[in-house]
Design a protein around this ligand. Structure first.
Ligand SMILES: Cc1cc2nc3c(=O)[nH]c(=O)nc-3n(C[C@H](O)[C@H](O)[C@H](O)COP(=O)(O)OP(=O)(O)OC[C@H]3O[C@@H](n4cnc5c(N)ncnc54)[C@H](O)[C@@H]3O)c2cc1C
Length: 439
C-alpha cells in the first residue's frame, strides 16, 4: 500500500469513526469552509449516537440518543458515508494518506482518526460491558427488581449504573480493586468522599478487593446469560444474575498497529492541535483515541465526552492550515502555519478537560486535571448538600482542577477560572469558604 498521491482538486478528507468525535469532525470541516470531498467510515452500522445516556438513562431511554437530534450534527455533510465499513489499515506519506477497508483503498489528502475506545473485558470472564446501544438494551432486559447485579469497577460508568439500578429495585453489589470509588480519576482521598453515597442508595460497596474471575455457565445468571459466579481475591464468592464489567476502556487502535506509534495503553499521542507527529501534518487523532499534549494541563487522555465534542474543531483547523488548505496545484494556501506544524493553539483552542457525571443521586463536574491529593482544598462539607474539591500544583497556589459536587455554580466559575492562557492563581483560604463565590 503506497501513500504517494499526486495532488488534484478537490481535496479529500477521510474521517474514520462515526461516533461523537467523527461526527464533530465532519461538521467542523464544513463549518470551517472545507468544500472538498469527505468520506466517513463507521463500524456500528448506525448513525452516530450519544453514549452518556446509555448509563444515566438506562431504564428510561430505550432508543439511541441520535447526535443528529441531540446536537444537530449531519453526517450527510459527508459525500460518502459508509457506516458499516470499518477501516482496517492506514498508510501515510508526504503526498497523501491511504485508508484501507474491506472494500478497498481510499486515497485522501488527510485523515481524522476518531475510532474511540473499546471496553475492557478480561479473557474468559462472563458478564457484559456497557459501551453500545446494543449493550444497554441487553442489560436493561436482564435487570428486574431484586435481580442480583454485580458491578465490577466503581469508576464513572460503574457508579452511574449502580445508582440507576438500585433506584429501580435491583440488588446491587459493586466491587472495586482500589481503596475508594473513582480513585483512578480523583485519587483515593476525594474518591473516598463518595463512599457514603453507596450505602445511602442501598448499594453494597466492596473496595480494595480484586475480582479474580467471573465464571459459570449454569446456576446464577443462566436465565439472563449475563451472570455467573464472581470470585473475589479475599476468597468470597458472590452469585450474580448479571455481571457488569466496568473496569475501563482502551483506545480502539488495533487496526493502526504498525502504521502509527501507539502509547502503551493503545492511545495515539498528539500535539496541542491533535496532529500525529511524523505524519506530514496529514493525520489527526481526536476523542477517546487521542492522548493530547495540552499547553496548560500536560498529557490529557481521551475518554470524556467534552473532549470528543470540542477537539475535532481544533484538529480540523490544523488540517485546513496544512494539507486540506493546499491549493489544487499543491501549493500551500498560506493560512499562516507550515503544513505539519502542530503549534500551541490559542487558549480558546486548548479545551479545558471536562467530565460530567450523575451518580447515586449526585451531579459531578470535573474541570482540569487533578494532581497530588496533598495539595487539595475542600470547599463545603462533603456530608452536606454540596461541596467542591480544588487541586493545586504542589506547594503553589496554582489551580489545576476543580471537582464540583451538586454545586453547579462552582462548575461555571471553574470553567471561567480555567479558561485563561495559563493556570490561574487562587487564594486557598478564600477558596475553602463555600459562601464566597469561586471566581
Ligand atoms: C456508558 C457510557 C457513559 C458515558 N458517560 C459519560 C459522561 O457522563 N461524561 C463524559 O464526559 N463522558 C462519558 N462517556 C464517555 C464518552 O461517551 C466518550 O468519551 C465519547 O463517546 C468519545 O467519543 P469518540 O467519538 O471518541 O468515541 P466513540 O463514541 O467510541 O465513537 C467511535 C466510533 O468509531 C467506531 N469505530 C471503531 N473502530 C473503527 C474502525 N476501525 N473504523 C471505523 N469506525 C470505527 C466505533 O464503532 C464507534 O462508533 C461515557 C461513555 C460510555 C460508554
Amino acid at each position: 500500500m503506497s501513500a504517494d498521491r499526486t495532488p488534484t482538486a478537490p481535496r479529500h478528507l477521510v474521517v474514520v469513526g462515526a461516533g461523537l468525535a467523527g461526527a464533530q469532525a465532519v461538521a467542523a470541516a464544513r463549518s470551517q469552509g472545507f468544500a472538498g470531498r469527505i468520506t466517513l467510515l463507521g463500524a456500528e452500522g448506525v448513525e452516530p449516537y450519544d453514549r452518556p445516556p446509555l448509563s444515566k438513562e438506562l431504564f428510561t431511554r430505550t432508543s439511541p440518543a441520535w447526535l443528529g437530534e441531540e446536537l444537530g450534527t449531519d453526517q450527510t455533510a459527508a459525500d460518502d458515508v459508509r457506516l458499516g465499513e470499518p477501516a482496517t489499515g492506514l498508510a501515510t506519506g508526504p503526498h497523501g494518506v491511504v485508508v484501507r477497508t474491506a472494500g478497498g483503498e481510499i486515497r485522501a489528502d488527510a485523515v481524522v482518526l476518531a475510532t474511540g475506545s473499546r471496553p475492557v473485558l478480561p479473557d474468559g470472564w462472563r458478564g457484559t460491558t456497557l459501551h453500545t446501544h446494543d449493550d444497554a438494551a441487553r442489560l436493561r432486559a436482564a435487570l428486574r427488581p431484586r435481580t442480583r447485579l454485580v458491578v465490577v469497577g466503581a469508576g464513572w460508568v460503574g457508579a452511574e449504573v449502580a445508582g440507576v439500578a438500585a433506584r429501580a429495585g435491583v440488588d446491587v453489589t459493586v466491587v472495586e480493586a482500589a481503596d475508594a470509588p473513582l480513585a483512578g480519576a480523583l485519587g483515593a482521598t476525594v474518591g473516598g468522599l463518595t463512599r457514603p453515597w453507596y450505602a445511602a442508595a442501598g448499594v453494597r460497596l466492596l473496595t480494595g478487593v480484586r475480582v479474580v474471575e467471573v465464571a459459570g455457565t449454569g446456576g446464577p445468571g443462566a436465565a439472563t446469560g449475563l451472570g455467573g459466579t464472581v470470585t473475589l481475591g479475599d476468597g468470597e464468592v458472590v452469585d450474580a444474575d448479571v455481571v457488569l464489567v466496568a473496569v475501563g476502556a482502551r483506545p480502539a487502535s488495533g487496526w493502526l498497529v504498525g502504521a502509527l506509534p501507539l502509547e502503551p495503553d493503545g492511545s495515539i499521542a498528539v500535539g496541542p492541535a491533535y496532529l500525529v507527529p511524523g505524519t506530514h501534518g496529514r493525520v489527526a487523532a481526536v476523542g477517546d483515541l487521542a492522548l493530547r499534549s495540552s499547553p496548560r494541563h500536560g498529557p490529557v487522555p481521551g475518554g470524556h465526552w467534552d473532549g470528543a465534542l470540542r477537539g475535532p474543531a481544533v484538529a480540523v483547523a490544523a488540517l485546513l492550515a496544512g494539507p486540506l488548505g493546499a491549493a489544487p496545484d499543491g501549493q500551500p494556501a498560506g493560512r499562516g502555519r507550515a503544513p505539519g506544524a502542530d503549534a500551541a493553539p490559542a487558549t480558546s483552542s486548548d479545551p479545558t478537560p471536562y467530565v460530567f457525571s450523575t451518580q447515586l443521586g449526585h451531579d459531578l463536574g470535573l474541570l482540569g486535571v487533578p494532581g497530588e491529593a496533598g495539595d487539595l482544598v475542600l470547599r463545603g462539607d462533603p456530608a452536606g448538600t454540596g461541596w467542591s474539591a480544588l487541586w493545586f500544583t504542589p506547594g503553589t497556589d496554582e489551580l489545576t482542577a476543580v471537582l464540583a459536587v451538586d454545586r453547579p455554580r462552582d462548575v461555571g466559575a471553574a470553567r471561567r477560572l480555567l479558561a485563561g492562557p495559563a493556570l490561574p492563581r487562587v487564594d486557598r483560604t478564600a477558596a475553602a469558604d463555600p459562601d464566597r463565590p469561586l471566581r
